[in-house]
Each structure stands twice: as structure tokens, then as C-alpha cells.
Design a protein around this ligand. Structure first.
Ligand code: B16
Ligand code: MG
Length: 216
């Protein structure tokens, strides 16, 4: 029998696809700085914090900025991003995400969000599912980014469950690593050839069921 008592969900790539908005905002910033940002490079920013994303983008563009300038640039990018997500609606919830959250809760499992995004609460409210989480741990509450397990361990703590009783749903390699190093089960959302360390990989939460959870 499964010992799973709680499910912890990443946000971008698992519940919604905010990567498209991050990409538009980062590309706008890169263009203003005189270079471009490819979709391929954007893939490397999934699950990566805002500060680290900017460092990587500046590096790719061969541009050097002072820490104060970097802060200004990150704030500028976030302003564009926040404007875009302010138009999000529940129609943008990824297939099966809301239904699986409801299934978990109906089965008595606890639920938490574990995201690197400092804008998590804004997004959850816009897509109207904030009430489906018993705890929300976001980028404002952690000091160590994934693959450090801090965000998920704080989630387990907030839910009053042991890490071994948690399963994490993640689309980023760093997130899968974070879950495993925190002593949790990891379900990858994406491709099994990419998320090789995950205990189980599905293409989306529409492919998840309590039956599959019980095999973990
Ligand atoms: P913000 P996740 C991550 O979300 C995104 O995948 C990543 O691209 C972004 O840079 C990061 O959040 C920080 O977001 O600028 O809103 O604080 O996958 O951890 O839910
Ligand atoms: Mg993600």
C-alpha cells in the first residue's frame, strides 16, 4: 500500500504554461539590450529563479551589468511579465490539473504548491484554484533555488507530513532532483528521456490517477 499522504505541485509547466509569458518578457529585454533569445535557450530557464535567469541571459548575450543594473533589468522584465499574467483566465489551466487536484483532495490527500515563482499567488488567483491548495510555498519564501529541496521540504512542513510521505509533480530536471534529494517521490511531467530520474513520467496531469499514485 502507498504511504503517500501529500502531493506537492510545481506551477509553471505542471499547472499552467507561464513559460510562454516568461519567454516574451525575457525576449523583449534581450532585444532592448541588442541581442535575441532563442526558444531553445528559453527551455533552459524553466524552473530557474528570476535572478539566475537574468544572469544566464546576460551571459548568452555577452553583456555585463552591475548588480544594481541587474536588479533594474529584472524588475523591468517582471513588470512586463506581471502585465501579461494579469490577463490569465481559468481556461489556461493545463489539461487535467484542476481535476487531479480535486481527486487528490477528495481522497484525503493534502496538497501544496512548490514553485520558484514570486508571482505564484497572483497566478493561482487569476486561474481561480488558490483554494485547492492547503499550503503555497513560492519564490518569496525560499532562499535556495531548486535543485535544493528547500521549497518542497517547506511544503511538507506546512502540511505536517514527512518528506517520505510526499510526491512532487515537476516538469524541470532541477525540480525532480530537488524532490529526490528531499527524500520524496517524484513524478515527471514531460518526456521520460529528459526526466530520467523521476519515479514515474506522464505527459500531463490528465494522465495521472490515484491508481498510479498508489504504485509509488
Ligand atoms: P518569477 P516554477 C519558475 O516557475 C519558472 O519556470 C521560471 O521560468 C521562472 O524564472 C521562475 O519561476 C521565477 O518566476 O520571476 O515569477 O519569480 O516552474 O518553479 O513554477
Ligand atoms: Mg516548472
Amino acid at each position: 500500500m502507498s504511504i503517500i499522504k501529500a502531493c506537492i505541485f510545481d506551477l509553471d509547466g505542471v499547472i499552467v504554461d507561464t513559460a510562454v509569458y516568461h519567454y516574451k518578457a525575457w525576449k523583449h529585454l534581450a532585444n532592448e539590450l541588442g541581442f535575441d533569445l532563442s526558444e531553445e535557450d528559453n527551455e533552459k530557464l524553466k524552473g530557474v529563479s528570476r535572478v539566475r535567469s537574468l544572469e544566464l541571459i546576460l551571459q548568452w548575450g555577452g553583456v555585463t551589468k552591475t548588480p544594481a543594473e541587474q536588479e533594474e533589468l529584472a524588475t523591468k522584465k517582471n513588470g512586463w511579465y506581471v502585465e501579461m499574467i494579469s490577463h490569465m483566465t481559468p481556461a489556461e489551466i493545463l489539461p487535467g490539473a484542476k481535476e487531479f487536484l480535486e481527486t487528490c483532495r477528495a481522497a484525503g490527500l493534502k496538497t501544496a504548491l512548490g514553485s520558484a515563482s514570486k508571482n505564484s499567488m497572483t497566478i493561482l488567483k487569476k486561474i481561480n484554484i488558490a483554494g485547492l491548495f492547503d499550503a503555497v510555498i513560492d519564490g518569496n519564501m525560499v532562499s535556495k533555488p531548486k535543485p535544493d529541496p528547500e521549497v518542497f521540504l517547506k511544503g511538507a512542513e506546512a502540511l505536517h507530513v514527512a518528506p517520505a510521505e510526499c510526491v512532487v509533480f515537476e516538469d524541470a530536471i532541477a525540480g525532480i532532483e530537488a524532490a529526490i534529494s528531499g527524500g520524496m517521490k517524484a513524478v515527471g511531467i514531460g518526456s521520460p528521456t529528459v526526466l530520467t530520474e523521476a519515479d514515474l513520467v506522464v505527459s500531463g496531469l490528465n494522465e495521472m490517477s490515484l491508481e498510479k499514485l498508489s504504485t509509488l
